[in-house]
Design a protein around this ligand. Structure first.
Ligand code: DAT
Ligand code: MG
Length: 170
């Protein structure tokens, strides 16, 4: 009985800790970089309390972008999307935290900026769907695939922010 209780408490805390470690893949697109929005975008996620795990500044190949947007292959806007995304440097990032995938999408706004509320990144900083400044994973599964595509394992940094105890209960 005592052992069961200890195990239950342990599994409760370890699942809560695992939930806090959900990860998403975000990427400032070439228009976000060209318009000098990198700092403002990063600041939103820092302010929220999410943890930066990886980040780089890179000019991606068409090949990598075709892989990244593989699900959209065959859509009429696909060639234009790949051309735009490979037109300059981008800032791919990994962020971690409780419900970061879903909350990250809320913080981005809708795919089309015209449907995005003020206060969201796409609602505040852009007007057209083909220039919507930032990418964010739409599920934990796609986040994991995108993180694997853009980052090597040793580029994901394991660290403990000094603020953790003031952002999470456990
Ligand atoms: P999201 O980026 O919100 O996840 P998505 O995965 O459906 O949206 O599409 C990827 C990107 O493709 C999107 O950010 C902008 C572009 N896109 C989507 N629909 C489009 C359309 N109808 N016309 C032009 N570009 C589009
Ligand atoms: Mg998407």
């Amino acid at each position: 009985m005592v052992v069961c209780t200890i195990l239950a408490i342990f599994s409760f805390f370890s699942s809560a800790m695992a939930a806090n470690k959900e990860r998403t893949f975000l990427m400032v697109k070439p228009d976000g970089v060209q318009r000098g929005l990198v700092g403002k975008i990063i600041k939103r996620f820092e302010n929220k309390g999410f943890k930066l795990v990886a980040m780089k500044f890179t000019w991606p190949s068409e090949e990598l972008l075709k892989q990244h947007y593989k699900d959209l292959e065959g859509r009429p806007f696909f060639p234009g999307l790949v051309k735009y995304m490979s037109s300059g440097p981008v800032v791919p990032m990994v962020w971690e935290g409780l419900n970061v995938v879903k909350t990250g999408r809320f913080m981005l706004g809708e795919t089309n900026p015209k449907d995005s509320n003020p206060g969201t990144l796409r609602g505040d900083y852009c007007v057209q769907v083909g220039r919507n400044i930032i990418h964010g994973s739409d599920s934990v599964d796609s986040a994991n695939k995108e993180i694997d595509l853009w980052f090597k394992k040793d580029e994901l940094i394991s660290w403990q922010p000094a603020t953790s105890a003031w952002i999470y209960e456990d």
